[in-house]
Design a protein around this ligand. Structure first.
Ligand code: UDX
Length: 275
């Protein structure tokens, strides 16, 4: 749900609110009924990472006032709450950092890259790469993710945070080409501006999950993508409506315009207008 609303301007504040109050409420409930509780955290806590692969000990690189912050900071503060409740109230928390996950069951309009590309390819629309497509992601098939989460919840000693993702990295351009090939689509690939603060590289270090849970993903991107394409091709689209407009890239179009109108920046980074 948070993924779906992440870039919609109307919902920016809501993402932080849902993350914070949702975590507070659920932790209160876990305390009252003495339950073990899982936080589905995210690779977004690493922001535009300056280390790759990302280990759990990396503190991340998040622009706290950027357009993406509502999601990234919301999930970061939720982790803070989980660990505080663990320390103060001895709640049995488990925190998994999930990397880009895909598979049957995805909402066709959730706005993420896998669903966008498959929907575009199946309907013969242009495939929209944001930026030059050189940015990378590590895509985890849903069955692998669920197995990892179940093992983490059943583990009596490790609380996390723990990366649960597929460490095989692909560029977004490779994903677009693979989608076109697997769907045999006539769609052509087009390029749109990159959204502000879009991470350049995402790849989990899963050594912790491997040693603690004896877990690693088994489904390769191509195999998972084929299953996801099959799922999307059988969906009755009358049951879905577009929740938001297809406009994530527009954040950066607006940024570009602002930058063009701003005073020139000197090589020392100080705007000419400030001198
Ligand atoms: O149509 C599109 C959509 C997205 N993209 C690009 O594809 C990349 C991946 O974008 P996605 O929207 O799928 O999401 P991200 O990988 O950035 O974050 C994702 O993984 C971590 C989760 O916690 C987040 O909830 C999820 O959104 C980005 O570089 C994005 O700019 C396109 O090139 N075209």
């Amino acid at each position: 749900m948070l993924t779906m609303i992440r870039f919609h301007p109307v919902h920016h504040g809501l993402a932080v609110k849902v993350s914070f109050f949702g975590a507070m409420n659920m932790l209160g409930l876990a305390k009252r009924v003495n339950a073990r509780i899982l936080q589905a955290s995210t690779s977004e806590v690493y922001g535009d990472a300056q280390e790759s692969p990302q280990t759990e000990s990396y503190w991340g690189n998040v622009n706290c006032h950027g357009v993406r912050a509502c999601y990234d900071e919301g999930k970061r503060v939720a982790e803070t709450l989980f660990f505080d409740f663990h320390r103060q109230h001895k709640i049995e928390v488990r925190v998994a950092r999930i990397f880009n996950t895909f598979g049957p069951g995805m909402h066709p309009y959730d706005g993420r890259v896998v669903s966008n590309f498959i929907m575009q390819a199946l309907s013969g629309e242009d495939i929209t790469i944001y930026g030059d497509g050189g940015q990378t992601r590590s895509f985890c098939f849903v069955d692998d993710l669920i197995e990892g989460l179940v093992r983490l919840m059943n583990n009596d000693t490790e609380i996390g945070p723990m990366n649960i993702g597929n460490p095989t990295e692909f560029t977004i351009k490779q994903l677009a080409e693979m989608t076109v090939r697997l769907t045999k689509s006539p769609s052509k690939i087009i390029y749109k501006p990159l959204p502000q603060d879009d991470p350049k590289q995402r790849r989990p270090d899963i050594s912790f999950a491997k040693s603690a849970l004896d877990w690693e993903p088994n489904v390769a991107l191509e195999e998972g993508l084929a299953k996801t394409i099959e799922y999307f091709s059988k969906l009755d689209m009358r049951n879905f409506k577009k929740p938001t407009t297809h406009d994530a890239h527009k954040n950066s179009e607006a940024e570009e315009k602002r930058a063009k109108n701003a005073s020139p920046v000197r090589s020392n980074g100080i705007s000419a207008a400030t001198k």
